[in-house]
Design a protein around this ligand. Structure first.
Ligand SMILES: [Ca+2]
Ligand SMILES: [Ca+2]
Length: 123
């Protein structure tokens, strides 16, 4: 019998930052590694950063949970995130995207991606 390889998921920024006025998008790549022979899906979600320049969910961006589907043999998938275009002059703001807890999956490193909103209201 062949050994059964495990499947691991990681997440990295793809488009790491974008301007607020265009509503983004920014994006992440979700990578599937190890045994990728079977189709699968995982859920990723926006997570508030604990940094001082954290973006606020509901005023800077909507919370977003996305189901990411992998066909048999597919090793990566890109997911977009959009912003809310407010009129506040703000600093550069960060938020995180990570895996929804409680899924029966192996999560590798990096397990979160940091994304940024470039304000365009400062005069
Ligand atoms: Ca904002
Ligand atoms: Ca703003």
């Amino acid at each position: 019998m062949r050994p059964i390889a495990e499947t691991f998921y990681t997440i990295e920024p793809f488009i790491p930052s974008a301007r607020e006025g265009t509503l983004g998008p920014v994006s992440v790549t979700v990578y599937k590694s190890g045994n990728i022979s079977a189709a699968s899906s995982v859920e990723i979600t926006t997570v508030m950063s604990s940094k001082i320049n954290a973006a606020t969910i509901s005023t800077d961006l909507q919370a977003q949970t996305s189901n990411v589907s992998f066909a048999a043999g597919q090793a990566s998938a890109v997911v977009n995130f959009h912003f809310i275009n407010d009129a506040e002059p703000e600093q550069f703001e960060m938020f995180l995207v990570g895996f929804v807890p409680g899924q029966n999956i192996n999560i590798g490193t990096p397990s979160q991606a940091e994304l940024g909103i470039i304000d365009d209201d400062c005069k």
